[in-house]
Design a binder for this molecule. Structure first.
Ligand SMILES: [Zn+2]
Ligand SMILES: [Zn+2]
Length: 297
């Protein structure tokens, strides 16, 4: 049993769901401490409760290539396992992209951006309304360049000192610069409008939405390899003597079927094939059949 306080992630079940790193920041604060002592306390608690050691390396909270702790590497697996039980939240994996782990490259660096990014409008309104500020899972994806709700470009630098925000200040809170401690809240006049969705945005939103509402909990292992193999087998009879745009961009992709792709590569393959990312992750053969019947094929 856990004697830790229960805490729900913000915006559960929606594409605005909080990311695990932000959640863990708030979880530590709820216990009147900061992330590193919290991680150590949890590791000790886990060991004494379950007689099993767990690796909650605190380096992931402030360093580890400056990636937010919500990707799909082993550190995220461990943190989610422990904190889910400690905080009485069985669905904490939904604050991460662990759901793509079986289908994605093992390094996992390409999926997330280095450091933080936030929507200045979301931060501004949270401050104005006095509601709890949190960083969204969607903003951690490298492909996301704007907030789809406000259509404002995401921001990663302190407006006062200009330093890129690579991690959270342990005490100052998520709306303050980790270096100079100034407020990161910016007036509307400084927001940069971004009316059009960037490449991969709709697939990223659909991915986070499917993770958040529980539709996508795990991917078919090697989903993209299966998708490519199936598409090639469907395509070959029609391709002799034809210049098919899918094949023009394809050869390199087709040959790389022994390696799980990075999220960025997945987004490109989906775009070229005219299929949805979540469909490939959950039903790669079905998605290949859809791609083979699409007009661009
Ligand atoms: Zn926003
Ligand atoms: Zn600053």
């Amino acid at each position: 049993m856990s004697n830790y306080f229960s805490l729900k992630p913000m915006s559960e079940g929606t594409d605005e769901i909080e990311n695990f790193h932000s959640y863990f920041y708030r979880f530590a604060k709820l216990h009147s401490t900061t992330m590193i002592p919290m991680a150590r306390h949890l590791a000790d608690w886990w060991e004494s409760s379950f007689h099993e050691s767990v690796n909650l390396k605190d380096v992931y909270l402030y360093k580890a290539n400056r990636l937010p702790l919500c990707g799909y590497n082993d550190a995220v697996v461990n943190y989610v396992k422990v904190v889910s039980i400690a905080a009485h939240q069985p669905n904490l994996h939904r604050t991460t992209i662990l759901a793509i782990r079986a289908a994605a490259d093992t390094v996992s660096h390409g999926a997330l951006r280095r450091g933080r990014a936030w929507c200045p409008a979301c931060m501004y309104w949270s401050e104005k309304e006095g509601s709890t500020y949190y960083d969204r899972l969607l903003w951690t994806l490298a492909a996301m360049k704007r907030c789809p709700v406000h259509r404002i470009a995401l921001v990663s630098h302190c407006p006062s000192c200009g330093v890129q925000q690579l991690c959270y200040h342990s005490l100052a809170g998520m709306t303050h610069c980790a270096k100079c401690l100034a407020s990161l809240v910016q007036e509307p006049a400084t927001w940069i409008q971004s009316p059009h969705p960037g490449f991969g945005e709709s697939d990223c939103v659909a991915l986070v939405s499917a993770i958040a509402d529980g539709t996508l909990t795990t991917s078919v292992p090697r989903a993209f390899m299966i998708f490519c193999e199936e598409l090639r087998s469907l395509a070959e009879p029609f391709l002799k003597g034809r210049h098919n745009p899918l094949l023009r961009v394809g050869p390199r992709s087709w040959r790389m079927t022994q390696i799980n792709p990075m999220l960025g590569t997945m987004l490109k393959r989906c775009h070229l094939s005219g299929v949805n990312l979540v469909d490939v992750l959950t039903d790669p053969r079905g998605a290949a059949r859809v791609a083979a019947t699409s007009p661009r094929f």
